[in-house]
Design a protein around this ligand. Sequence first.
Ligand code: UDP
Length: 422
Amino acid sequence: MNATTEKRVALISVHGDPAIEIGKEEAGGQNVYVRHVGEALGQLGWQVDIFTRKVSIKQDEIVQLNQNCRTVRLVAGPVEFVPRDELLEHMPEFLDNFLKFQKENNITYELVHTNYWHSSWVGMQLKKIQGTRQVHTYHSLGAVKYNTIENIPQIASQRLTVEKEVLETAERIVATSPQEQEHMRSLVSTKGNIDIIPCGTDIHRFGAVERQAARAELGIAPETKVILYVGRFDPRKGIETLVRAVNESQLRGDDDLKLIIGGGSTPGNSDGIERDRIENIINELGMNDFTTLPGRLSQEILPTYYAAADVCVVPSHYEPFGLVAIEAMASGTPVVASDVGGLQFTVVPEVTGLLAPPQDVAAFSAAIDRILLNPQWRGKLGQAGRKRVETKFSWDGVATQLGELYTQILQQTVKEPALASK
Ligand code: UDP
């Protein structure tokens, strides 16, 4: 490894642009992940270029995120939003433009960290073309996701093939929880190298706002019981389960109950359709007077919402990791979550919150009530959650682990011929 390339990595996140607004359409956890990982690695002295797809002519080609970290937008297909299930056909163009960028800038990336399956395809081609080393994070596994949805998209078989190939050929796969690793082994392949490095959160921002101050800012009375959801409007997120669970709560009818469902949407798009569906259920159940849907919540205002809440609910049918759970915990707010995927890793039942079977309205209702009806216990759960996030899920810690992994892989690159000659 020579000195100039020593600490350089390209993160490839085709549909997860780190420099756009988070919390609507298909912009969620992956965008947050690549941005924070990129910035934190930059602070550790890595030269980080995050490659994503340009979706509007108004977008700059290059956005500097910090001194060592920038977003690079490449053209691949029409310069507009394209649903992720339709992106694969544009990946050869993405690859060509990546190679062109390398040439024009006199850079050859020895290491790429790819995110989500289309990006993994790009990484695998780079390996074939120029021997690039590849680290991959799935963010979502087709093999798990397709078990939880009714309409399997046409792209499914190609996705499953690509996801198997990258597991077997990448230098390293980063699973974000032991549960995800187990799914890879049982559902995808027994071959390949997997490390577990979790997602992280900003422990300085989340947790910086006092509960009282947060409530004052949002105009919520101290005695109100606040139930919070944060996330995209997507049927997989299980918002319907939450709404029905709150409808069955013992506190239903109590003047002091408040349900906040935060997340952005665009009318006519899939998230707009899901929001309309949820609003119809709220209307049918007569829950309008105590339910608010404030729309997309910026990362700046989110710490205030989490701090003001009594409980944060993550009712997903399937969740590879679930950043919202650790953001709430970092803010000292207990979490009631589905007993699935990464949520089984982040939420410790009876210690930092409670787990309930996905889509089980009665179980969610009982879990929410247990926390709301016991404020002292609520406080303890919140403190334990904060502690768990501080020790396990800070971005700095995550980036340090990733940096060590990258270094190890880059060093192996040089050692290989020597090993082969033994
Ligand atoms: N988010 C946001 N504003 C919103 C809704 C969500 O900033 O209105 C953020 C949220 O804080 C989290 C991310 O979007 O960082 C969602 O990540 P998660 O892993 O929970 O779910 P995903 O969107 O990846 O399915």
